[in-house]
Design a protein around this ligand. Structure first.
Ligand code: NAD
Length: 396
Protein backbone atom coordinates (compact mmCIF):
# COMPACT_ATOMS: atom_id res chain seq x y z
CA UNK A 1 0.00 0.00 0.00
CA UNK A 2 1.34 3.52 -0.70
CA UNK A 3 2.35 5.65 2.27
CA UNK A 4 0.32 8.76 2.98
CA UNK A 5 3.17 11.01 1.79
CA UNK A 6 3.56 9.08 -1.46
CA UNK A 7 -0.17 9.32 -2.10
CA UNK A 8 -0.10 13.09 -1.56
CA UNK A 9 2.89 13.52 -3.90
CA UNK A 10 1.40 11.30 -6.59
CA UNK A 11 -1.92 13.15 -6.27
CA UNK A 12 -0.09 16.46 -6.75
CA UNK A 13 1.68 15.07 -9.81
CA UNK A 14 -1.58 13.68 -11.18
CA UNK A 15 -3.48 16.92 -10.62
CA UNK A 16 -1.21 18.47 -13.26
CA UNK A 17 -0.59 15.47 -15.49
CA UNK A 18 -3.63 13.21 -14.95
CA UNK A 19 -4.77 13.05 -18.58
CA UNK A 20 -1.40 12.29 -20.06
CA UNK A 21 -0.49 9.73 -17.40
CA UNK A 22 -3.84 8.02 -17.89
CA UNK A 23 -3.20 7.86 -21.64
CA UNK A 24 0.20 6.20 -21.02
CA UNK A 25 -1.39 3.70 -18.64
CA UNK A 26 -4.26 2.88 -20.97
CA UNK A 27 -1.92 1.96 -23.79
CA UNK A 28 0.20 -0.18 -21.45
CA UNK A 29 -2.45 -2.10 -19.63
CA UNK A 30 -6.10 -1.66 -20.39
CA UNK A 31 -8.04 -3.48 -23.01
CA UNK A 32 -10.53 -1.93 -25.35
CA UNK A 33 -13.23 -3.94 -23.54
CA UNK A 34 -12.03 -3.01 -20.04
CA UNK A 35 -14.52 -0.17 -19.63
CA UNK A 36 -17.37 -2.67 -19.89
CA UNK A 37 -16.21 -4.98 -17.11
CA UNK A 38 -17.08 -4.56 -13.41
CA UNK A 39 -14.60 -3.43 -10.78
CA UNK A 40 -13.05 -5.82 -8.28
CA UNK A 41 -11.81 -4.55 -4.93
CA UNK A 42 -8.13 -5.12 -4.13
CA UNK A 43 -9.23 -7.01 -0.99
CA UNK A 44 -11.50 -9.33 -2.98
CA UNK A 45 -8.83 -10.02 -5.63
CA UNK A 46 -6.46 -10.99 -2.80
CA UNK A 47 -9.14 -13.20 -1.17
CA UNK A 48 -9.72 -15.05 -4.43
CA UNK A 49 -5.99 -15.62 -4.99
CA UNK A 50 -5.54 -16.94 -1.44
CA UNK A 51 -8.54 -19.28 -1.76
CA UNK A 52 -7.30 -20.70 -5.08
CA UNK A 53 -3.82 -21.38 -3.71
CA UNK A 54 -5.19 -22.87 -0.48
CA UNK A 55 -7.44 -25.13 -2.57
CA UNK A 56 -4.27 -26.86 -3.83
CA UNK A 57 -2.93 -27.28 -0.27
CA UNK A 58 -0.75 -24.18 -0.02
CA UNK A 59 -0.27 -23.18 3.65
CA UNK A 60 -2.17 -19.96 4.45
CA UNK A 61 0.96 -17.89 5.14
CA UNK A 62 2.50 -18.91 1.80
CA UNK A 63 -0.77 -18.35 -0.09
CA UNK A 64 -0.94 -14.85 1.46
CA UNK A 65 2.63 -14.06 0.39
CA UNK A 66 1.82 -15.07 -3.19
CA UNK A 67 -1.47 -13.15 -3.18
CA UNK A 68 0.26 -10.01 -1.87
CA UNK A 69 2.72 -10.29 -4.76
CA UNK A 70 0.06 -10.82 -7.42
CA UNK A 71 -2.40 -8.24 -6.18
CA UNK A 72 0.37 -5.64 -5.90
CA UNK A 73 1.13 -6.21 -9.61
CA UNK A 74 -2.50 -5.60 -10.61
CA UNK A 75 -2.78 -2.64 -8.22
CA UNK A 76 0.30 -1.14 -9.98
CA UNK A 77 -1.22 -1.77 -13.43
CA UNK A 78 1.24 -4.57 -14.25
CA UNK A 79 -1.58 -6.91 -15.32
CA UNK A 80 0.85 -9.34 -16.94
CA UNK A 81 2.09 -10.39 -13.47
CA UNK A 82 -1.02 -10.34 -11.32
CA UNK A 83 -4.19 -12.41 -11.65
CA UNK A 84 -2.89 -13.41 -15.10
CA UNK A 85 -0.24 -15.57 -13.37
CA UNK A 86 -2.51 -17.22 -10.77
CA UNK A 87 -3.40 -20.26 -12.92
CA UNK A 88 0.27 -20.92 -13.65
CA UNK A 89 1.19 -20.97 -9.94
CA UNK A 90 -1.81 -23.18 -9.11
CA UNK A 91 -0.78 -25.62 -11.85
CA UNK A 92 2.82 -25.73 -10.62
CA UNK A 93 1.65 -26.61 -7.10
CA UNK A 94 -1.04 -29.06 -8.28
CA UNK A 95 1.42 -30.91 -10.53
CA UNK A 96 3.98 -31.13 -7.70
CA UNK A 97 6.53 -29.16 -9.76
CA UNK A 98 6.69 -26.61 -6.91
CA UNK A 99 6.54 -27.42 -3.19
CA UNK A 100 4.09 -24.93 -1.69
CA UNK A 101 5.05 -25.97 1.85
CA UNK A 102 8.81 -25.58 1.41
CA UNK A 103 10.77 -23.12 3.55
CA UNK A 104 14.12 -21.73 2.26
CA UNK A 105 17.33 -22.57 4.11
CA UNK A 106 20.70 -20.80 4.31
CA UNK A 107 23.55 -22.89 2.88
CA UNK A 108 26.45 -20.51 3.48
CA UNK A 109 26.72 -17.08 5.08
CA UNK A 110 29.08 -14.16 5.80
CA UNK A 111 28.15 -10.84 7.45
CA UNK A 112 27.31 -9.36 4.02
CA UNK A 113 26.35 -12.38 1.92
CA UNK A 114 24.20 -15.48 1.97
CA UNK A 115 23.71 -18.41 -0.37
CA UNK A 116 20.20 -19.81 0.00
CA UNK A 117 18.44 -22.97 -1.16
CA UNK A 118 14.82 -22.11 -1.92
CA UNK A 119 14.05 -25.84 -1.64
CA UNK A 120 11.70 -25.55 -4.61
CA UNK A 121 9.37 -23.26 -2.65
CA UNK A 122 6.99 -20.63 -4.00
CA UNK A 123 8.74 -17.62 -5.56
CA UNK A 124 7.32 -15.05 -3.12
CA UNK A 125 8.25 -17.19 -0.12
CA UNK A 126 11.85 -17.50 -1.33
CA UNK A 127 11.98 -13.85 -2.43
CA UNK A 128 10.64 -12.47 0.87
CA UNK A 129 13.04 -14.67 2.85
CA UNK A 130 16.08 -13.61 0.81
CA UNK A 131 15.32 -9.90 0.68
CA UNK A 132 14.58 -9.81 4.44
CA UNK A 133 17.99 -11.40 4.97
CA UNK A 134 19.70 -8.90 2.62
CA UNK A 135 18.01 -6.01 4.48
CA UNK A 136 19.13 -7.34 7.86
CA UNK A 137 22.72 -7.61 6.58
CA UNK A 138 22.62 -4.10 5.06
CA UNK A 139 21.40 -2.72 8.38
CA UNK A 140 24.30 -4.48 10.13
CA UNK A 141 27.22 -4.04 7.74
CA UNK A 142 26.01 -1.64 5.02
CA UNK A 143 25.32 -4.15 2.28
CA UNK A 144 23.51 -7.47 1.96
CA UNK A 145 23.88 -9.67 -1.13
CA UNK A 146 21.85 -12.87 -1.18
CA UNK A 147 21.66 -15.45 -3.97
CA UNK A 148 19.17 -18.29 -4.11
CA UNK A 149 18.98 -21.48 -6.10
CA UNK A 150 16.00 -23.85 -6.08
CA UNK A 151 13.43 -21.10 -6.50
CA UNK A 152 10.34 -20.63 -8.63
CA UNK A 153 8.84 -17.75 -10.62
CA UNK A 154 8.79 -14.75 -8.26
CA UNK A 155 6.50 -12.32 -10.10
CA UNK A 156 7.31 -8.62 -10.27
CA UNK A 157 10.95 -8.08 -9.36
CA UNK A 158 10.03 -4.66 -7.96
CA UNK A 159 8.21 -6.28 -5.05
CA UNK A 160 11.58 -7.17 -3.49
CA UNK A 161 13.46 -3.95 -4.25
CA UNK A 162 10.54 -2.06 -2.66
CA UNK A 163 10.98 -4.09 0.56
CA UNK A 164 14.42 -2.49 0.92
CA UNK A 165 13.03 0.93 -0.07
CA UNK A 166 10.53 0.75 2.79
CA UNK A 167 13.50 0.44 5.16
CA UNK A 168 15.31 3.47 3.69
CA UNK A 169 17.72 1.31 1.68
CA UNK A 170 18.50 0.88 -1.99
CA UNK A 171 17.07 -2.43 -3.14
CA UNK A 172 17.98 -4.49 -6.18
CA UNK A 173 16.74 -7.85 -7.38
CA UNK A 174 17.17 -10.11 -10.40
CA UNK A 175 15.82 -13.47 -11.51
CA UNK A 176 16.48 -15.84 -14.35
CA UNK A 177 13.54 -17.51 -16.03
CA UNK A 178 12.64 -19.95 -18.83
CA UNK A 179 14.40 -19.30 -22.16
CA UNK A 180 12.45 -16.71 -24.11
CA UNK A 181 15.07 -14.22 -25.37
CA UNK A 182 16.87 -14.68 -28.68
CA UNK A 183 20.45 -13.51 -28.27
CA UNK A 184 21.30 -10.95 -30.97
CA UNK A 185 21.77 -12.75 -34.36
CA UNK A 186 20.16 -16.00 -33.08
CA UNK A 187 17.01 -17.71 -34.39
CA UNK A 188 16.43 -19.53 -31.10
CA UNK A 189 15.94 -18.45 -27.47
CA UNK A 190 18.63 -19.12 -24.87
CA UNK A 191 18.06 -16.68 -22.01
CA UNK A 192 14.94 -15.68 -20.08
CA UNK A 193 13.22 -12.31 -19.96
CA UNK A 194 15.51 -11.91 -16.90
CA UNK A 195 14.15 -8.81 -15.11
CA UNK A 196 16.13 -6.37 -13.01
CA UNK A 197 15.00 -3.78 -10.52
CA UNK A 198 16.49 -0.90 -8.55
CA UNK A 199 14.50 1.04 -5.97
CA UNK A 200 16.07 4.14 -4.42
CA UNK A 201 14.61 6.47 -1.78
CA UNK A 202 14.22 10.22 -2.22
CA UNK A 203 12.89 12.72 0.32
CA UNK A 204 9.37 12.73 1.80
CA UNK A 205 8.38 9.32 0.46
CA UNK A 206 9.55 10.03 -3.09
CA UNK A 207 11.30 7.17 -4.86
CA UNK A 208 12.78 5.84 -8.06
CA UNK A 209 11.57 2.32 -8.88
CA UNK A 210 12.98 0.82 -12.04
CA UNK A 211 11.47 -2.63 -12.64
CA UNK A 212 11.96 -4.08 -16.10
CA UNK A 213 12.46 -7.16 -18.20
CA UNK A 214 15.69 -7.23 -20.21
CA UNK A 215 13.66 -8.25 -23.24
CA UNK A 216 11.72 -5.44 -24.95
CA UNK A 217 8.73 -6.51 -22.84
CA UNK A 218 7.90 -9.24 -20.35
CA UNK A 219 6.32 -12.35 -21.89
CA UNK A 220 3.22 -11.61 -19.82
CA UNK A 221 2.61 -8.56 -22.03
CA UNK A 222 2.36 -10.88 -25.04
CA UNK A 223 -0.03 -13.07 -23.04
CA UNK A 224 -2.14 -9.99 -22.34
CA UNK A 225 -2.25 -9.12 -26.06
CA UNK A 226 -3.41 -12.70 -26.70
CA UNK A 227 -6.11 -12.33 -24.05
CA UNK A 228 -7.23 -9.11 -25.77
CA UNK A 229 -6.80 -10.63 -29.25
CA UNK A 230 -4.71 -7.63 -30.25
CA UNK A 231 -1.40 -7.45 -32.22
CA UNK A 232 1.98 -6.62 -30.70
CA UNK A 233 4.23 -3.79 -31.96
CA UNK A 234 7.29 -4.55 -34.08
CA UNK A 235 10.42 -5.04 -31.99
CA UNK A 236 8.83 -7.24 -29.30
CA UNK A 237 9.32 -10.70 -30.80
CA UNK A 238 10.63 -12.75 -33.73
CA UNK A 239 8.86 -15.24 -35.98
CA UNK A 240 10.37 -18.68 -36.68
CA UNK A 241 12.63 -17.16 -39.35
CA UNK A 242 14.06 -14.61 -36.97
CA UNK A 243 12.07 -11.70 -38.46
CA UNK A 244 10.01 -9.25 -36.37
CA UNK A 245 6.34 -10.29 -35.98
CA UNK A 246 3.23 -8.40 -34.87
CA UNK A 247 1.15 -11.56 -34.33
CA UNK A 248 0.84 -12.12 -30.55
CA UNK A 249 -0.12 -15.80 -30.98
CA UNK A 250 2.81 -16.50 -33.32
CA UNK A 251 5.16 -14.57 -30.99
CA UNK A 252 4.07 -16.67 -28.02
CA UNK A 253 4.29 -19.99 -29.89
CA UNK A 254 7.70 -19.27 -31.41
CA UNK A 255 8.94 -18.00 -28.00
CA UNK A 256 11.76 -15.78 -29.27
CA UNK A 257 11.40 -12.35 -27.67
CA UNK A 258 13.83 -9.67 -28.74
CA UNK A 259 16.29 -8.31 -26.22
CA UNK A 260 15.67 -4.78 -24.97
CA UNK A 261 16.59 -2.53 -27.89
CA UNK A 262 15.21 -4.92 -30.53
CA UNK A 263 17.38 -5.74 -33.55
CA UNK A 264 21.15 -5.28 -33.76
CA UNK A 265 20.76 -2.01 -35.67
CA UNK A 266 18.86 -0.52 -32.71
CA UNK A 267 21.42 -1.86 -30.18
CA UNK A 268 19.48 -4.95 -29.05
CA UNK A 269 22.82 -6.44 -28.06
CA UNK A 270 22.74 -4.16 -25.01
CA UNK A 271 19.55 -5.84 -23.78
CA UNK A 272 21.20 -9.17 -24.52
CA UNK A 273 24.16 -8.06 -22.38
CA UNK A 274 21.85 -7.00 -19.56
CA UNK A 275 20.11 -10.39 -19.75
CA UNK A 276 23.54 -12.01 -19.32
CA UNK A 277 24.28 -9.71 -16.36
CA UNK A 278 21.11 -10.96 -14.68
CA UNK A 279 21.96 -14.59 -15.51
CA UNK A 280 25.46 -14.22 -14.02
CA UNK A 281 24.04 -12.76 -10.75
CA UNK A 282 21.35 -15.46 -10.63
CA UNK A 283 22.02 -18.82 -12.25
CA UNK A 284 25.80 -18.73 -12.47
CA UNK A 285 26.39 -17.32 -8.97
CA UNK A 286 23.76 -19.43 -7.18
CA UNK A 287 24.35 -22.81 -8.91
CA UNK A 288 20.71 -23.04 -10.04
CA UNK A 289 19.79 -23.95 -13.60
CA UNK A 290 20.68 -21.24 -16.11
CA UNK A 291 19.96 -20.02 -19.63
CA UNK A 292 18.92 -22.76 -22.05
CA UNK A 293 18.88 -25.47 -19.34
CA UNK A 294 15.87 -23.99 -17.55
CA UNK A 295 12.60 -25.82 -18.26
CA UNK A 296 10.38 -24.61 -21.05
CA UNK A 297 7.91 -21.86 -20.10
CA UNK A 298 4.66 -23.32 -18.70
CA UNK A 299 6.06 -26.85 -18.34
CA UNK A 300 5.43 -28.69 -15.07
CA UNK A 301 7.38 -31.79 -16.12
CA UNK A 302 10.49 -30.71 -14.18
CA UNK A 303 11.18 -28.44 -11.23
CA UNK A 304 12.11 -24.89 -12.26
CA UNK A 305 15.24 -24.54 -10.05
CA UNK A 306 15.49 -20.82 -10.82
CA UNK A 307 18.28 -18.59 -9.54
CA UNK A 308 17.60 -15.21 -7.95
CA UNK A 309 19.63 -12.38 -6.48
CA UNK A 310 18.70 -9.80 -3.83
CA UNK A 311 20.81 -6.80 -2.84
CA UNK A 312 20.23 -4.16 -0.17
CA UNK A 313 22.55 -1.17 0.27
CA UNK A 314 22.50 1.39 3.07
CA UNK A 315 23.08 4.84 1.49
CA UNK A 316 24.26 6.10 4.88
CA UNK A 317 27.55 4.25 4.23
CA UNK A 318 28.29 6.77 1.46
CA UNK A 319 28.07 10.55 0.99
CA UNK A 320 25.50 12.21 3.30
CA UNK A 321 22.34 13.57 1.63
CA UNK A 322 21.52 10.70 -0.75
CA UNK A 323 17.73 11.19 -0.49
CA UNK A 324 18.06 14.95 -1.05
CA UNK A 325 20.12 14.48 -4.23
CA UNK A 326 17.74 11.77 -5.46
CA UNK A 327 14.75 14.08 -5.07
CA UNK A 328 16.66 16.98 -6.63
CA UNK A 329 17.50 14.89 -9.70
CA UNK A 330 13.98 13.50 -10.04
CA UNK A 331 12.49 17.00 -9.68
CA UNK A 332 14.82 18.24 -12.39
CA UNK A 333 13.74 15.43 -14.71
CA UNK A 334 10.03 15.93 -13.96
CA UNK A 335 10.33 19.62 -14.75
CA UNK A 336 12.11 19.26 -18.08
CA UNK A 337 10.28 20.64 -21.09
CA UNK A 338 8.65 17.66 -22.83
CA UNK A 339 8.94 17.16 -26.59
CA UNK A 340 5.17 16.69 -26.66
CA UNK A 341 3.48 19.05 -24.16
CA UNK A 342 0.77 16.44 -23.47
CA UNK A 343 3.38 13.92 -22.29
CA UNK A 344 5.36 15.06 -19.23
CA UNK A 345 8.78 13.62 -18.48
CA UNK A 346 8.42 10.78 -15.98
CA UNK A 347 10.91 8.79 -13.92
CA UNK A 348 10.77 5.02 -13.39
CA UNK A 349 8.02 4.06 -10.98
CA UNK A 350 5.76 7.04 -11.80
CA UNK A 351 3.33 5.12 -14.06
CA UNK A 352 2.82 2.38 -11.46
CA UNK A 353 2.36 4.84 -8.55
CA UNK A 354 -0.13 6.78 -10.64
CA UNK A 355 -1.99 3.59 -11.46
CA UNK A 356 -2.44 2.82 -7.76
CA UNK A 357 -4.01 6.23 -7.33
CA UNK A 358 -6.32 5.52 -10.30
CA UNK A 359 -7.36 2.20 -8.70
CA UNK A 360 -8.04 3.96 -5.40
CA UNK A 361 -10.06 6.67 -7.16
CA UNK A 362 -12.04 4.04 -9.09
CA UNK A 363 -12.51 1.95 -5.94
CA UNK A 364 -11.09 -1.22 -7.44
CA UNK A 365 -9.23 -3.02 -10.20
CA UNK A 366 -10.86 -3.43 -13.59
CA UNK A 367 -9.87 -6.78 -15.11
CA UNK A 368 -10.51 -7.46 -18.77
CA UNK A 369 -13.32 -9.87 -19.70
CA UNK A 370 -11.01 -12.67 -20.79
CA UNK A 371 -9.29 -12.52 -17.38
CA UNK A 372 -12.62 -12.61 -15.56
CA UNK A 373 -13.64 -15.66 -17.62
CA UNK A 374 -10.39 -17.40 -16.62
CA UNK A 375 -11.10 -16.60 -12.95
CA UNK A 376 -14.59 -18.08 -13.22
CA UNK A 377 -13.18 -21.25 -14.76
CA UNK A 378 -10.51 -21.48 -12.03
CA UNK A 379 -13.16 -21.01 -9.31
CA UNK A 380 -15.17 -23.92 -10.76
CA UNK A 381 -12.13 -26.19 -11.13
CA UNK A 382 -10.94 -25.51 -7.58
CA UNK A 383 -14.41 -25.25 -6.03
CA UNK A 384 -13.76 -21.83 -4.47
CA UNK A 385 -16.09 -18.83 -4.18
CA UNK A 386 -15.92 -17.00 -7.56
CA UNK A 387 -14.40 -13.53 -7.74
CA UNK A 388 -17.03 -11.03 -6.55
CA UNK A 389 -17.38 -7.61 -8.15
CA UNK A 390 -18.34 -4.14 -7.01
CA UNK A 391 -21.64 -2.85 -8.28
CA UNK A 392 -20.89 0.78 -9.09
CA UNK A 393 -19.02 1.88 -12.22
CA UNK A 394 -16.70 4.79 -12.82
CA UNK A 395 -15.34 6.47 -15.94
CA UNK A 396 -11.60 6.05 -15.26
N1 NAD B 1 9.53 -12.96 -12.67
C1 NAD B 1 9.89 -12.96 -13.92
O1 NAD B 1 10.36 -13.96 -14.42
C2 NAD B 1 9.74 -11.73 -14.75
C3 NAD B 1 10.29 -11.70 -16.03
C4 NAD B 1 10.17 -10.53 -16.79
C5 NAD B 1 9.49 -9.44 -16.28
N2 NAD B 1 8.95 -9.51 -15.05
C6 NAD B 1 8.20 -8.36 -14.50
O2 NAD B 1 7.35 -7.85 -15.50
C7 NAD B 1 7.04 -6.50 -15.20
C8 NAD B 1 6.93 -5.69 -16.46
O3 NAD B 1 8.21 -5.56 -17.10
P1 NAD B 1 8.37 -4.64 -18.40
O4 NAD B 1 9.80 -4.60 -18.77
O5 NAD B 1 7.40 -5.07 -19.43
O6 NAD B 1 7.93 -3.24 -17.78
P2 NAD B 1 7.61 -1.81 -18.49
O7 NAD B 1 8.26 -1.74 -19.81
O8 NAD B 1 6.16 -1.58 -18.43
O9 NAD B 1 8.29 -0.76 -17.48
C9 NAD B 1 9.66 -0.83 -17.20
C10 NAD B 1 10.08 0.33 -16.31
O10 NAD B 1 9.99 1.54 -17.05
C11 NAD B 1 9.34 2.56 -16.28
N3 NAD B 1 8.67 3.47 -17.22
C12 NAD B 1 7.58 3.22 -17.99
N4 NAD B 1 7.28 4.31 -18.74
C13 NAD B 1 8.21 5.25 -18.44
C14 NAD B 1 8.47 6.58 -18.90
N5 NAD B 1 7.72 7.17 -19.82
N6 NAD B 1 9.51 7.24 -18.37
C15 NAD B 1 10.31 6.68 -17.44
N7 NAD B 1 10.13 5.42 -16.97
C16 NAD B 1 9.10 4.72 -17.46
C17 NAD B 1 8.41 1.82 -15.39
O11 NAD B 1 8.10 2.58 -14.23
C18 NAD B 1 9.22 0.55 -15.08
O12 NAD B 1 10.06 0.77 -13.98
C19 NAD B 1 8.09 -6.05 -14.18
O13 NAD B 1 7.48 -5.93 -12.93
C20 NAD B 1 9.10 -7.20 -14.15
O14 NAD B 1 9.72 -7.41 -12.89
C21 NAD B 1 9.06 -10.62 -14.27
Amino acid sequence: MPTETTTILVNQFLSVHFDSVQRVLNTRTMSTDAAETPLTSVKEARRFMIDCLKAVDTPTEHAEAMADLLVEADYRGIFSHGMNRLGMYVNDVKAGACDAKAVPKILQETPATAWVDGQNGLGAVVGNFCMSLAIEKAKNVGVGWVCAKGSNHYGIAGMYSMMALERGLLGMSFTNTSPFMSPTRSKKAALGTNPLTLAAPGENGESFILDMATTTVAVGKIEMQKRKDEPIPHGWAQDSEGESTTDAFEAYDVGCLMPLGGREITSGYKGYGLGMLVEIFCGILSGSLYGPYIRKWGSTADVANLGQCFIAIDPKCFAPGFECRMSDLMNYLHNMEPADPSKPVLVAGDPEKAYKVLVDKAGGIRYIKNQLDTCLQLAKELNVVPLQHLQHTCDC
